[in-house]
Design a protein around this ligand. Structure first.
Ligand SMILES: Nc1nc2c(ncn2[C@@H]2O[C@H](COP(=O)(O)OP(=O)(O)OP(=O)(O)O)[C@@H](O)[C@H]2O)c(=O)[nH]1
Ligand SMILES: [Zn+2]
Length: 214
């Protein structure tokens, strides 16, 4: 992958189908340079001067923020290390982790949506380190997407990791693309759920929903 002095990708190496291939084929440093260059161009197009001392480093900051922080969930190698423990006590009830902070980005407008998640599962042979549930939620939240996708992705991953079908997820979030632009409704909240295994039954669904703060 070749990048010119300003960090712009040479057009002949740009793949026809865009970002996905670009993402896979260039290094971490190259991604930073490409985003810095293009974000600087967006700012200049808006009429902002990169000579302004306060704005000068903004393209670099945005590139670092995208790659190393808010969109780090686009890179599977950032998936957290997960600790499991044998379910030695034979615990067969629901484990609920409530009030998990969620910060994500709307893929349609590239502005944040944020709120909280609740996760429940019924263990089989293994239990997961509690904080790892928060880490998994935060990993999947760290990319541009819609809330429905985030909800399902967390649910499916926990089923795989915990080797149980019995998983439930609840997410509620405020979307800045709804609150601060467009319809400008600050009060509306979006609520999404994922239920699988025993949580498909009305009784277990209700037990989960009643046990979390909404
Ligand atoms: N289903 C779903 N839609 C979302 C989510 N986040 C944002 N959206 C919506 O994506 C839609 C994009 O609609 P468009 O008509 O293409 O964009 P727009 O002209 O900016 O729409 P407005 O927001 O209505 O001004 C909007 O209705 C957003 O509210 C999400 O997490 N899930
Ligand atoms: Zn949006």
């Amino acid at each position: 992958m070749k990048i010119n002095g300003k960090g712009m990708l040479k057009t002949e190496v740009l793949p026809n189908n865009g970002i996905q291939e670009l993402h896979q084929n260039i290094t971490h440093q190259e991604k930073l340079k490409v985003i810095e260059y293009h974000f600087g161009k967006i700012m200049e197009t808006l009429g902002l001067s990169l000579d302004n001392p306060s704005l000068k480093n903004t393209p670099k900051r945005v590139a670092k923020m995208y790659i190393n922080e808010v969109f780090k969930g686009l890179d599977e190698s950032n998936f957290p290390k997960i600790s499991f423990f044998e379910n030695v006590s034979g615990y067969r009830e629901m484990v609920v982790v409530d009030n998990i902070t969620v910060h994500s980005y709307c893929e349609h407008h590239f502005v944040p949506f944020f709120g909280k998640a609740a996760v429940a599962y019924i263990p089989k042979d293994r239990v997961i380190g509690l904080s790892k549930i928060n880490r998994i939620v935060q990993f999947y939240a760290s990319k541009p997407q819609i809330q429905e996708k985030l909800t399902v992705e967390i649910g499916q991953k926990l089923k795989d990791l915990l080797k149980t079908d019995d998983v439930a997820i609840y997410i509620e979030a405020n979307h800045l693309c709804v609150a601060s632009r467009g319809i400008k409704d600050k009060e509306s909240v979006t609520k999404t759920t994922f239920f699988s295994g025993k949580f498909l039954k009305d009784k277990e669904k209700a037990r989960f929903i009643n046990s979390i703060s909404k």
